[in-house]
Design a protein around this ligand. Sequence first.
Ligand code: UD1
Ligand code: CA
Length: 469
Amino acid sequence: MSADTHVVILAAGQGTRMKSRLPKVLHSVAGRPMIEHVLLTAESISPATMTLIVGHGGDVLRERLAGRPNVRFAVQEPQLGTAHALQQAEAHLAGQKGTLVLLSGDVPLLTASTLGRLIGTHQAAGAAATVVTAIVERPYGYGRIVRTKGRIARIVEERDASAHARQIREINSGIYAFDLAPLFDALRGIASQNAQGEFYLTDLIAIYRRRKLPVETLIVDDAEEIRGVNSRAELAEVSRIVRQRKNEELMAAGVTLVDPATTYVDMDVEIGVDTVIHPGVVIEGQTKIGSGCEIQGSVRIRDSEIADRVTIHNFCLIIGARVADGASIGPFAHLRPETVVGEKAKVGNFVELKKTSMGPGSKANHLTYLGDATIGARVNVGAGTITCNYDGVAKHATIIEDGAFIGSDSQLIAPVRIGKGAYVGAGSSITEDVPDGALGIARGRQSNVDGWVERKKGSAQTKTAPAKT
Ligand code: UD1
Ligand code: CA
């Protein structure tokens, strides 16, 4: 922990341009709310304290971050601008010395290494303030860095900039390091005479220069890192960048992405070497995939664990499931939460599994629903089998023991148990347990009526007008 480094994150703004009911910083970027990206980066420098400035949607934010006791909250109400926002942290930081790193909740791509460099540059120079900047092709929307004799003189906001200043391509990232000593006193000197009538933190730079306090800049090489998210279009852009980074990481680590442009992998996903991911695959949340797997096109996997050498054929949806080594899933399979598919088991097309475990080597190859079922090893579940697990009030369990054989088009009306090695005759509606090694058969007995067709034709000819059906 750096005892003399503190982090403040601004996240009180309304995010008007998002046109959303959700606070802007809770919008998801590659499977993680924007604010989580910022917090993770902040944690990389082990600050003594982290303070989040909240206003709009503050309660929702507190709730979502309840699992992070290291985050303190300060409320900004009303929201009078970025300088006013930072002032709300004063009470939390009273009496502290050292460096305050200011981050923006809506700048989620900043890397830990840049943050480390910011603190390094700032402290080495003994600066009162260090501003992270970038030189970009399209500076539109950002504050511009005005330099005199090469040194930063002030920052002008887009709305307040002259036509001349608008040509400046060096932009303010909204990320700074400050020496705590002069900071809060100087903030009180900021006025709100600008296009938005807000207290701009950016005005601090000119104030510091007037007071002869040293101000530094850190120009980042990769301007994408400091992209801010103000609109849904920017959210999509930033998400694309995060995905691209993730895909590059995966490929560098030995994963084949047949078409990275159409492969959507969330930040926290892990994938083993020699796994091949085909186009149109979406892998979300806390998913782990082993090595040597093949995930064919148009598959979505969320919060699941896929072991090694698993094949997932096209068009599967897998959520909250575990799939063991060498299993084969799909095409068109749906694995729902709490499903466990054993080693070398096969789940074929149009098969849905919910809260069901299937033992090693078992198969359900076609058109089947298995819910609340515990299925042993080497079980064969025939086409069209359905566990009737719901009676309209409660869910009931089905147990199928090792080596059992369920004939096609059977309904297993739960609660029910099919014993070890037992058979269920095709087309059965099983309502009672089938003992080990027994055959359970429960269907209408077939009877054939000889000559019935001929007789029917004969009777039709005697009618004058056929009845309409
Ligand atoms: C700000 C900077 C701009 C910089 C850009 C980088 C100012 C005046 N402008 O502009 O120079 O190029 O960021 O992305 O600082 N916030 C509050 N309370 C407020 C207002 C804002 O907490 O009263 C928070 C917002 O929630 C957001 C951050 O501060 O997380 C930045 O505010 P925003 O309105 O997005 O500023 P920009 O116009 O992007
Ligand atoms: Ca912004």
